[in-house]
Design a binder for this molecule. Sequence first.
Ligand SMILES: C[S@@+](CC[C@H](N)C(=O)[O-])C[C@H]1O[C@@H](n2cnc3c(N)ncnc32)[C@H](O)[C@@H]1O
Ligand code: SF4
Length: 408
Amino acid sequence: MSALDDAAAAALHHLRAGALDLAALPPLALYVHLPWCLHKCPYCDFNSHAMTGELPERRYLDAIVADLESMLPLVWGRPVVSVFLGGGTPSLFSPEGIERLLGDVRARLPLEALAEITLEANPGTFERERFRAYRAAGVTRLSLGVQSFDDALLARIGRVHDAAQARAAATEARDAFETFNLDLMYALPGQTPAMLEADLDTALAFAPPHLSVYHLTIEPNTMFARERPALPDEDSASEMLDAIVARSAAAGLERYEVSAFAQAQHRCRHNLNYWRFGDYIGLGAGAHAKLSFPHRVLRQVRWREPARYMSEALAGTPVSHEHEVAPEDLPFEFMMNALRLREGVPLTLFRQRTGLAPATIEPLLARAQASGLLERRGGVVRASARGFDFLSDLQAMFLPASRQPQRT
Ligand SMILES: C[S@@+](CC[C@H](N)C(=O)[O-])C[C@H]1O[C@@H](n2cnc3c(N)ncnc32)[C@H](O)[C@@H]1O
Ligand code: SF4
């Protein structure tokens, strides 16, 4: 059998009867992972790899097309609502490469006419006018990883760019795109609330339609986990968060998700689809996919290491493992995402996305509501103000009984 016959057989297999009952399939998005960076930042646990030698742009893009072709039978006929080219540092890819990638995608998947197409970019990885060339290649939204506009902080977190390059990149993003995002991190080593406020003011002066602000997390298996830098204490970090919320609101950016702030009409549609438990194809090294069928939800992971991914994808075997989500895990998976949204979600979405009866989640909702961490109003569930501050405690209340944290 050919690789396509295998994929068609797999698609049929996923259509057989099963435990769930989805009346309609969720919106479908596409994520493409471009895994290389100029160097590995000491806090980063993403699947990103320092470049050694030339970027294998052409071979990688060939592998992405082969990957897409081998998985097409799993999504036949479904329109794609958004595309996210993430990394890694996608702006290391040439505008011609990105144009080819988007052309290859459009030739195989029905992209909606107004699909949001985001590209992640890093300051200091491109020559002048490159952002305009990405715009001309079909990218509609740029997401720029600035992290800070402070030279000392940028050096302390091991970034390759300095503040002047960050400002130049933000200026180009603003000039080339109708909508763009700036990523900042806070609670950085040696950062004071006053330094954070200065970073915020600089970021907001670019009038970004979207701002993402992440608390620096020390992830296992990173250089910062091995050599932990001195970090601001909790009080200082929470003072910083208060300043972020207040100043972004004053600049017309609403906090619509834990870490995301946006002007009206500029929320990230691709991320909203994740938080509303939509489906997504994941192409590229280490990319994850979630695909629904009438009676099951499937998760796939691609080969993580770029060289292995390329040879496997070109041979028609891009997926390193896949599994069906167990029905008892779906309430947690759904709520883990939905509760990140400030406005929450209508409970009807739970039935639509998981194919489970609302009764399966009712006792968990009642318990979370009684604890004061969850609110319900007019069929909509969302974290209370306190639940939003203690989100991981609230999310953990939806874990299946076997995975609930043990009380001692
Ligand atoms: C997928 S990363 C890639 C973006 C891009 N390569 C860059 O670094 O600018 C997206 C964002 O996640 C955030 N991030 C990465 N590692 C983090 C960490 N350990 N703690 C908090 N935020 C982190 C950064 O703000 C980063 O811009
Ligand atoms: S540039 Fe971004 S993706 Fe690459 S190592 Fe640094 S934080 Fe990670």
